[in-house]
Design a protein around this ligand. Structure first.
Ligand SMILES: NC(=O)c1ccc[n+]([C@@H]2O[C@H](COP(=O)([O-])OP(=O)(O)OC[C@H]3O[C@@H](n4cnc5c(N)ncnc54)[C@H](O)[C@@H]3O)[C@@H](O)[C@H]2O)c1
Length: 335
């Protein structure tokens, strides 16, 4: 696979390549590269790191509860200890938690080094590595510390998906379904039994996400539509102590957004059914405790305690969404 996608995301040009693992191994071994990687990859793909000087690689713990300021410190110390210059290229390999965390460190160290991202999970490929959002969780709040810092290069290597657990693949499909529900441009097709999407579908998602981000890097206009289900999802993740995974939380959050859209008469019951049928294409995990909704609302309002409304992405039709100002009263009464 050697398709080259080049886009201009705002003033930063992000080159998006597809590479196979052999090409990737050669790229990582080029002199002068600094690598931050999910620790699990060392065990699954040791050949990728063979021959690279030890001090040039930092392995990190992945997972939502590892997206912390403590791990951030580790990265800063490694960068400082190795006297990494701001013109150096730092390559980050991992899922969304590692790329979010490491990208934040790279963005802030010496006001920003050159960043390349190699997503190794489906969420990473179709979503997290695209569009320049970086961040860490803080004091129990998801992505409370963050910035916008598009990578100069994103390399998609679909082979990584073959070692990913079905549960993790499902998290990525949740984001694909989200994109399908908010844009008629995405052709979903059949969800394969092994949950490995076609390369074409991955690239369609990349293209769609870039199109949302290209003129709205800072999430002020249409990019906000990509947050469909996410206000609920982030609150759910927080309430569950991150036991509910991101994609699962997004699916539940989209269901809640559909229900609220119906209550506010933005969509009719048929559209709600269509949305729910689409969500049910992905089998939800068997043991999903029902959320404590008053606690969810408290978290969603965390920095808006004194306001009487909140902006949410809601459905306005089939495959149509918009940002809607919802009164706290409507939100509370819906649940
Ligand atoms: N920045 C953004 O725009 C954006 C968008 C969507 C999601 N996110 C963030 O992404 C995170 C979720 O990402 P995720 O689901 O990739 O989580 P993750 O990074 O925790 O990865 C999930 C699991 O897969 C493992 N893993 C990674 N690559 C693997 C591989 N090739 N084979 C086997 N196992 C592998 C990891 O070690 C981890 O255990 C959340 O924090 C979410 O907020 C960010």
């Amino acid at each position: 696979m050697a398709q080259l996608y080049t886009f201009n995301a705002c003033s930063v040009e992000t080159t998006i390549d597809a590479m196979n693992q052999d090409q990737l191994r050669h790229y990582l071994a080029l002199p002068g590269k600094w690598i931050i990687a999910d620790r699990v990859l060392l065990h699954l793909y040791p050949h990728l790191f063979a021959g690279i000087p030890l001090e040039h690689v930092l392995f990190l713990q992945a997972g939502e509860d590892a997206k912390t300021d403590a791990q951030l410190q580790l990265i800063y110390q490694w960068m400082l200890g190795n006297q990494i210059h701001r013109t150096a290229e730092i390559i980050v390999l991992g899922g969304g938690t590692v790329t979010d965390l490491a990208a934040y460190a790279v963005a802030t160290f010496k006001r920003g080094c050159r960043l390349s991202l190699i997503p190794t999970t489906l969420i990473g490929m179709v979503d997290a590595a695209i569009g320049g959002k970086a961040g860490v969780n803080f004091e129990g709040f998801k992505n409370l510390l963050g910035c916008f810092y598009p990578a100069s290069r994103v390399i998609i290597t679909p082979e990584f998906l073959h070692s990913l657990a079905l549960e993790e693949l499902r998290q990525g499909w949740a984001e694909i379904i989200k994109m399908y529900l908010l844009s008629p441009r995405l052709q979903l097709g059949q969800i394969p039994e092994d949950l490995i999407p076609s390369v074409e579908l991955i690239m369609q998602c990349v293209d769609l996400k870039l199109n949302f981000c290209i003129h709205d890097l800072e999430d002020r206009k249409e990019r906000r539509w990509l947050n469909l289900g996410h206000s609920f999802a982030h609150a759910l993740e927080t309430v569950s102590g991150y036991k509910i995974k991101h994609g699962d939380a997004v699916l539940i959050g989209i269901g809640m957004a559909a229900k609220l859209s119906r209550t506010l008469k933005l969509i009719d019951p048929d559209t709600v059914s269509k949305i729910e049928n689409t969500l049910s294409l992905l089998c939800p995990p068997s043991s999903q405790a029902s959320p404590d909704t008053s606690q969810l609302i408290d978290i969603m309002l965390q920095d808006k305690k004194n306001s009487d409304s909140i902006n949410l992405v809601l459905f306005t039709g089939w495959q149509q969404v918009d940002v809607v100002s919802v009164s706290v009263q409507d939100l509370s009464e819906d649940h």
